[in-house]
Write a protein that binds this ligand. Structure first.
Ligand code: PLP
Length: 462
């Protein structure tokens, strides 16, 4: 019997697990008083796009775990890759002029799918560490170039780049900044390209140019000679699946080139097929200098992240820079790399980036548009590949929002939980990012659940 077939010994009831959880486990981004009052939902197993909780309820996971389980649950190839690698060499580091075979093979595989010119990869364990690495790498780059005063990095309000000191600083989440004196020095933010919230007085395309112009204005204010880089998610994920107008990213790229500023694409969510191509920058039409990745690289089966390094930065780091004083014990962890390699092979074998770009992504967009046209609660639907958002509104004709205190998004999320659907609420934006293996029939199943939960929310508001 293999390890994965060993039966779990169920020794405790849901209530007992919840009590132990409340006593000992500090969850991320959680109000623990509220959690203890309700008890955590205990997820016990998963297959394909479905989860089962400790009460036996089947749940359609329209969030791919946390935007990461791109190949869906229960993929034997990934499980076997981990088992094989753990038996052979569970760990060895990549310091001291040493390497392991999976770390090399994965670097080669990543270079093969990355946009042209990205031949090098630096490994981390998470997206946050990838973005911390980017801060250090960008500063190191400008030191090597002889312009050490270029230290300032510009991110965006409501962007998300992780939870470490640098990640949370690059991000523009005001609640995170409010705790602990963030951002750290030399990190600045411009407004996000959120047409629904900020740009409805102009066309989407004009708004895209206007929003990109905010970057130029900030660069000039800070002094171009002091600015090291601009960072953004091709499509803001945690901020609410905010798909920028098509005019936005090409203009951002032009501005970065005009002032010789490095352009960083945070692909932690958008990478590995989610946008309908391997990387979100390809879908959104720009070429960055650095790419942060995590999540979908291993479909979340094991922690892994990293930075794909474009030609210009690689040349400085590798040919001119000597030692880069940076790294983690688990940079290039062989088991994580072996699982990621199996994941990339499966994404390619199932042709998932193309399937998302040409079949399931457009089908989701059609279904979302139909729902927005007809449902009283939905003011706007947006999607890009297999990530989408439904903006809930108080008045469909004027698109007037609900008062924040009504927490309508959370109401709707509650109905989703109760009806076997995991959807995320960002304010009053309801978000999906299902596993990329989702079929058309399963999108129909998801849409029926969404419709039901919106109806229940509407009934409750009446
Ligand atoms: N960057 C983006 C765009 C993310 O969405 C996230 C996490 O959701 C991160 C970075 C941080 O990744 P991690 O949670 O693996 O540290």
């Amino acid at each position: 019997m293999t390890t994965s077939q060993t039966p779990r010994i169920e020794t405790r009831s849901t209530q007992e697990w919840q009590a132990a959880d409340a006593r000992h486990f500090l969850h991320p981004f959680t109000d623990h008083k509220a959690l203890a009052a309700k008890g955590a939902r205990i997820i016990e197993r998963a297959d394909n796009i479905y989860l089962w909780d400790s009460n036996g309820q089947k749940i359609l996971d329209a969030m791919s775990g946390l935007w990461c389980v791109n190949v869906g649950y229960g993929q034997r190839a990934l499980i076997e890759a981990a088992t094989r690698q753990m038996s052979e060499l569970p760990f060895y580091n990549a310091f001291f002029q040493t390497a392991t075979v999976p770390a090399i093979e994965l670097a080669e595989a990543l270079a093969a799918i990355a946009p042209p010119g990205f031949e090098r990869v630096f490994y981390t364990c998470s997206g946050s560490e990838a973005n911390d690495t980017i801060v250090r790498m960008v500063r190191r780059f400008w030191d090597i170039e002889g312009r050490p005063q270029r230290k300032k990095i510009i991110g965006r309000v409501n962007g998300y780049h992780g939870s470490t000191m640098a990640g949370a600083s690059l991000g523009g989440m005001s609640a995170m900044h409010a705790q602990g004196g963030l951002p750290i020095p030399d990190i600045h933010h411009i407004q996000q390209p959120h047409w629904f919230e900020l740009g409805r007085h102009v066309s989407r395309e004009d708004f895209g140019l206007l929003a990109a112009g905010w970057l130029e204005a900030r660069i000039l204010e800070l002094g171009p000679e002091n600015v090291a880089a601009f960072i953004g998610e091709p499509v803001q994920g945690a901020g609410g699946v905010i798909v920028p107008p098509a005019s936005y990213w090409p203009e951002i790229e032009r501005i970065c080139r005009r002032y010789d500023i490095l352009l960083v694409s945070d692909e932690v969510i958008c990478g590995f097929g989610r946008s309908g191509q391997w990387f979100g920058c390809e879908t959104l039409g720009f070429t960055p200098d650095l790419i942060a990745f995590a999540k979908g690289v291993s479909s979340g089966y094991i922690p892994l992240g990293g930075v794909l390094v474009g030609e210009r930065v690689a040349r400085a780091l590798v040919d001119e820079g000597g030692e880069f004083e940076h790294g983690f014990t688990y940079s290039g962890h062989p088991t994580a790399c072996a699982v990621a390699l199996a994941n990339l092979r499966l994404l390619r074998q199932l042709n998932l980036p193309r399937q998302v770009g040409h079949e399931t992504g457009p089908y989701l967009a059609e279904q979302f548009a139909a729902l927005a046209a007809e449902h009283a609660l939905v003011g706007e639907a947006q999607s890009c590949g297999l990530m989408g958002a439904l903006q809930l509104v108080r008045d469909k004709a004027t698109l007037a929002p609900f008062a924040a205190a009504r927490a309508v998004g959370m109401l709707c999320r509650g109905h989703c939980f109760g009806n076997g659907l995991i959807m995320r609420a960002v304010g009053d934006r309801m978000i999906v990012a299902p596993p990329l293996v989702i079929t058309r029939a399963q999108i129909d199943e998801m849409m029926a659940l969404i419709r039901r939960c919106l109806d229940l929310t509407l009934d409750e508001l009446r």
